[in-house]
Each structure stands twice: as structure tokens, then as C-alpha cells.
Design a binder for this molecule. Structure first.
Ligand code: FES
Length: 152
């Protein structure tokens, strides 16, 4: 991965270092770097002329932003009511066992992050999970192992 500060500088330049573009800049940094490290946030303050408080306010307001490292592959297991009654907890257990990551955590090699969510809008397929935005309906351990093996 490229240097996060250099990446941040390129993104800021793209928006003409305008403070009005703060949210979009952070979105782009999150997409490229996968999270918002403190030194990146400090760079944003220096380049945009905003306070660290303002940057943290935005970074903590939107759930999309992460202030801790995120894996290259994002897994989410739905724990909404419909999925819950159909075995979401068991699915979460299977996923956690296969990727060896607890819910809410990222693997040490930063390959996988495992999250829980509440309803992803396809309750009839529950229990449901997503892997990098792709939906899986109640995958077995073997199916999960294949998915994980396909992730680089
Ligand atoms: S409750 Fe899981 S998709 Fe709706």
C-alpha cells in the first residue's frame, strides 16, 4: 500500500485543498487507506486549515469512517431480528471460526475485518452475511472456506 500521507496529499490536491470538501476527502482517504490514522487526520487539518476537533467530529459522526485499521476484505453478519431467529448467531460463529477473527475485530495481517449489522434488506434470505458487498445466504463452513480461500 502507498504511503498514507502521500495518498492523503494527492486526494487533498484533487479537491484543491478546500475545507468544504472535508467529508469527501475523508471518504476518499478511507477508501484508499481503509481507515483514518491519526497522522493522516493531522495532515488534513494542516492542509485544509481546519481544527483536529472538526476532523474528529466528522470522522466519528459517520459510521462509514474507521479510526482503527480495517482489513482488505470486509465481512458483515446480519444480526437483525429476521436473521437472528434463523440462526445468525450460529452463522457469526462459523464465520469467526473460519477467518479466526472475533466480531468487531480485524485480523493481525489486516486481511479480514468482521462486523455485525442490523438488517441488510434481504431478510427472506436470512441469516445473511456480506463479503466485500456480496450477499451470502446462510453459507456452510465449507462454503465460507471457499470464499476465504478466494480472497487475496
Ligand atoms: S434482518 Fe437480516 S437481512 Fe433483514
Amino acid at each position: 500500500m502507498a504511503d498514507p500521507i502521500a495518498t492523503t496529499d494527492q486526494i487533498i490536491d484533487r479537491y484543491g485543498a478546500k475545507k468544504e470538501a472535508l467529508v469527501q476527502i475523508l471518504l476518499d482517504v478511507q477508501k484508499e487507506v481503509r481507515w483514518l490514522p491519526r497522522d493522516v487526520l493531522k495532515r488534513v487539518t494542516e492542509r485544509l486549515g481546519v481544527t483536529l476537533n472538526q476532523v474528529y467530529h466528522v470522522a466519528t459522526f459517520y459510521k462509514h469512517f474507521s479510526l482503527v485499521p480495517q482489513g482488505r476484505h470486509q465481512m458483515s453478519v446480519c444480526l437483525g431480528t429476521a436473521c437472528h431467529v434463523r440462526g445468525a448467531k450460529q452463522l457469526l460463529g462459523r464465520v469467526s471460526n473460519v477467518v479466526k477473527v472475533a466480531a468487531g475485530e480485524t485480523s493481525k495481517d489486516e486481511k479480514f475485518s468482521l462486523h455485525t449489522v442490523n438488517c441488510v434488506g434481504c431478510c427472506a434470505l436470512g441469516p445473511v452475511m456480506t463479503v466485500d458487498g456480496e450477499y451470502l445466504s446462510n453459507p456452510t463452513t465449507e462454503e465460507l472456506e471457499k470464499v476465504v480461500a478466494a480472497c487475496d
